[in-house]
Design a protein around this ligand. Sequence first.
Ligand code: PLP
Length: 385
Amino acid sequence: MKFSTKAIHVGNEPDEATGAVISPIYLTSTFAQEYPSEHKGYDYTRAGNPNFTRAEQQMAALENAKHSVLFSSGIGALTAFLSTLKQGDKVLAMDGLYGGTFRLFNRIFKKFGVEFEILNQRDLHTIDDKLKEKPKLFLFETPTNPLLEVFDIRELTEKARKFGVTTIVDNTFATPYFQNPLDCGADIVWHSCTKYLGGHSDVIGGVMMTNSSDIYEELIFARMSIGVNPSPFDVWMIMRSVKTLALRMERHQSNATAIARFFEGHPSVKKVYYPGLESHKTHDIARKQMSGFSGIVSVEFNLSIEDTKTLISKFKFFQLAESLGGVESLVNHPASMTHASIPEDERKKMGLSDGLVRFSVGVESEEDLLEDLKVGLERFQTSAV
Ligand code: PLP
């Protein structure tokens, strides 16, 4: 079965009781237990719910996984998995992570004695030495945030496996439509469903997929014990959205490509970051590993923090907001928003200049989006004179 067919049909069988083509939402916290007849599989929604079961079948199918577990948020999913670690365990991660992931390690799990080390892309050649120290977990995000560098998943997971280290790949930016980390050797693939999977900026959720029954059992136990379960309503919304993921991703990608090419030739622009551009540092890895390049484009303008903020306020369709992956286009300024908590010199070392802007390109008309950017740039230039 191909991707779009799986997204629409797996887990989406008609309701057994009524024949409803679309599953009802099981808005119930508890389930009647009929003694002595058989348990029907559910007792309390923190532990499981028919909407979770259906959506987990759909999600697992998309990543070619045996199992998937849904959570209240992307960060909730990671919290659940990290709760399987103990004091003294170490986590190794590649730089370029979502800020909230970094915060979860540094501000929460460090307090409980879980060590956390970030390896800079520049020091990737030392990875074998780091893995030799036997961290419990090796985590990376690809493409990275916000410079969209692509790591070779096969190469990194092979190294980790040699040392018995579990790998987890944040596949939120690429989505299962463009990249399948489990097929490249990862142990766990992780998504914030809040982004492309939900796709409409109206729901928060997270999911992890794995082929390991042991990891699956641990995730189910952690979700129930910590209480990071989603609501049946949110899961129903995510499941509905995933049915159109393939269509949306094609459009996100074609709009993003047009915008990346528009900026690439523009005199106000210093550099464009989009893995689909031949000029991108890791374009070759992206072409080998991904079937498409997704919908995020980062652009470096030759501007100060204040001027960059003024520029991005001039766009009409690109709303200034955190988050990404919705049908509507958004713009984000890492230096004053998502990465503002990182000290300036550290930020610059990471390649995040004051003039760097991240565009989450939506599925509006390409023509309107290009016009919005052209007019915004003109209005900025006129106001700056
Ligand atoms: N991973 C990535 C790449 C993200 O961008 C985010 C959120 O922005 C998360 C994980 C966390 O997901 P959530 O906001 O659903 O908790």
